[in-house]
Design a protein around this ligand. Structure first.
Ligand code: ACO
Length: 432
């Protein structure tokens, strides 16, 4: 009979151990029993960048990177993108089930009621320099919110948590819109809840006293699909940050600010911004082959390609590609789109990209859509942070309620010098 265990023989001592295998996983603390002598600390595993380490059990998002599968709480992303919307998916991620009509109504009402914030925060946003990156403003404003809602520190109270979730999801679009308006020197548009989540966001960004102003339905729906696709992606870098920072029991505004900082990096949420800069650098369809050769020769990265988890097509990229054409119907196309399509065509045939299993990721197309919608490039990571907050908060709640979780604290393999004595300044050799 097969056993769900792993037998390990330590060749240093000749001792054998049997370790339980559950859900395709061994528990790293089980390795600690493997010792050279009774005082030995025990074996640990070394996994820089968490290449093969699960840091939690989660029932929120499922990904199979080889089969291009992404599901929120069991529902395929393709079905959700077609039939659901961002706020409903945010509810699904956080509460685990799709809402009833009444639950959805209450949820949307609460979130849209919390789109306003204290006027002092407006002052903080206004005090940034004209060229401040909107992601820097978002991170700072989110951290500042913790000072306006001191009750949020009471993270053990489910009602308090829930209120902060409404506030964070409600206020993020307003922060993002104000960050944009302050930079272009235009007055703020205060939220209009009657326009829906993305409709209100586009209105706050764009409205300038036009008569009978309406946000095109195709654009608010396209942005809603983009938001839905970005809402969660299991243990990516910013989500792992949310769990790690949240594990200290800090308030969720501070933890979301930290997660947003992680998302700002060009290898993560900054990638769609980097894609656009890359497409601009390439400039024309004719220049694509030379650029790809340059990427390979100089060991550079083709931005918007590759993924830690997907070794086949990112399912979100296929959905987004379709959304792109709905957007172009309203906005017209853009020469960079032709460059992007040619880049994708050549890269997908290129031996290097095939061999390394590098496919377009979600950021490759989201950047193009956002450009067509006339978003400035540095707003792109902001448009990723707003929906991803839903995933961060779902994972935060799951982490707080998980009896196995404690403060996140990895181990290290120390490789520095042995103990040595302090050398007085005058006795140290001068640097070359
Ligand atoms: N262009 C060219 N080569 C690449 C690329 C790329 N975009 N991505 C990976 N490679 C190559 C690496 O050079 C490496 O080659 P080697 O084994 O011959 O040395 C191999 O593929 C594996 O790369 P790693 O860096 O080990 O892969 P990792 O899983 O750590 O990185 C990442 C994943 C960060 C996404 C990477 O593919 C990348 O930098 N892509 C570009 C940035 C990007 O688009 N990020 C968005 C990710 S999606 C998101 O955050 C929503």
């Amino acid at each position: 009979m097969t056993k769900n265990t792993l037998s390990i023989t330590d060749n240093r001592t000749g001792k054998s151990y049997e370790i339980e295998v559950k859900d395709g996983c061994i528990r790293a603390p089980d390795l600690r029993q493997i010792k050279l002598h009774p005082d030995d600390f025990g074996l640990i595993s070394n996994d820089p960048a968490y290449m093969n380490t699960a840091a939690c059990a989660s029932s929120i998002t499922y990904i199979d990177g080889e089969k291009s599968i992404l599901r929120y709480r069991g529902y395929p992303i393709e079905e959700l993108a077609e039939k659901s919307n961002f706020l409903e998916c945010a509810y699904l991620l956080i509460y685990g089930e799709l809402p009833t009509a009444a639950q959805l109504d209450v949820w949307i009402t609460h979130i849209m009621r919390h789109t306003f914030f204290h006027e002092n925060l407006v002052g903080i946003i206004q005090s940034f320099r004209y060229d401040a990156h909107p992601m820097g403003i978002l991170i700072s404003a989110m951290a500042a919110l913790s000072t306006f809602h001191a009750e949020a520190r009471n993270v053990e109270d489910p009602e308090v948590r829930e209120r902060q979730i409404w506030r964070i999801l409600g206020k993020l679009p307003t922060i993002a819109a104000f960050a944009y308006r302050v930079r272009i020197g235009r007055p703020y548009n205060y939220p209009d809840s009657s326009r829906g989540y993305t409709g209100n966001f586009l209105y706050m960004l764009d409205y300038m006293n036009e008569r009978e102003y309406e946000v095109p339905e195709a654009l608010s729906r396209a942005l809603d699909v983009l938001f839905l696709l970005h809402a969660d992606h299991e243990q990516n870098c910013s989500t792992a940050t949310m769990r790690a920072v949240g594990s200290t029991r800090v308030d969720p505004y501070s933890a979301v600010a930290a997660s947003a900082a992680a998302l700002f990096g060009p290898l993560h949420g900054g990638a769609n911004e980097a894609v656009l800069r890359m497409l601009e650098e390439i400039g024309s369809v004719a220049a694509v082959p030379k650029y790809i050769e340059g990427v390979k020769k100089e060991h550079k990265r083709l931005m918007g390609f590759g993924h830690r988890i997907y070794t086949s097509y990112d399912p979100r990229a296929s959905i987004i590609k379709k959304v792109a054409y709905d957007v172009f119907e309203v906005t017209g196309t853009n020469p960079l789109i032709d460059v992007a399509l040619e880049l994708e065509r050549i890269a997908l045939q290129d031996e290097y990209f095939v061999e390394h299993k590098l496919y377009p990721n979600v950021d490759f197309y989201s950047g193009i859509i956002l450009r067509a919608m006339r978003f400035p490039t540095d707003m792109f990571p902001v448009l990723f942070a707003i929906p991803r907050a839903a995933g961060w908060l779902a994972q935060w709640i799951e982490m707080l309620d998980d009896p196995e979780q404690k403060i996140a604290r990895p181990r290290q393999v120390y490789t520095g010098p042995e103990q040595r004595s302090y050398v007085p300044l005058q006795n140290r050799l001068s640097a070359a």
